[in-house]
Design a protein around this ligand. Sequence first.
Ligand SMILES: [Zn+2]
Length: 134
Amino acid sequence: MKCIYCREDTKVTNSRLQKTRNQVWRRRHCQQCGADFTTLEKPDFLTALTVTHKKYYTPFSRDKLFLSVYESVKHRKTALSDATALTDTIVGKLYPLIQSGSLTQDQIVTIASEALHHFDKAAASHYNAYHPIK
Ligand SMILES: [Zn+2]
């Protein structure tokens, strides 16, 4: 990978598998300008994972999930970081449920609802009002 500051080649100086999130964290160093930065390798769910809802299939969108979580926690001062962490947690919990590259809408809503309930009951109520489980 090229340096994000000077576009020269970089070397990996540290690498860790994050098992619960099924992603690889790498620290990179640029020998040209001395910059260090981090990269994450993770599955591209948008192209690999579909969501089934009744008879319809849509690509899984982490952004869509993030927005629904953010809407539910936006009464909090730390809404942005809370929604980011919660979305990571939800995606991590969804990962073992994937079958043949697909999840159901109800699985996503159930897991998101549980994660929000543990975190903030008001957020869970807000989420459930907009995402009823059928
Ligand atoms: Zn550089």
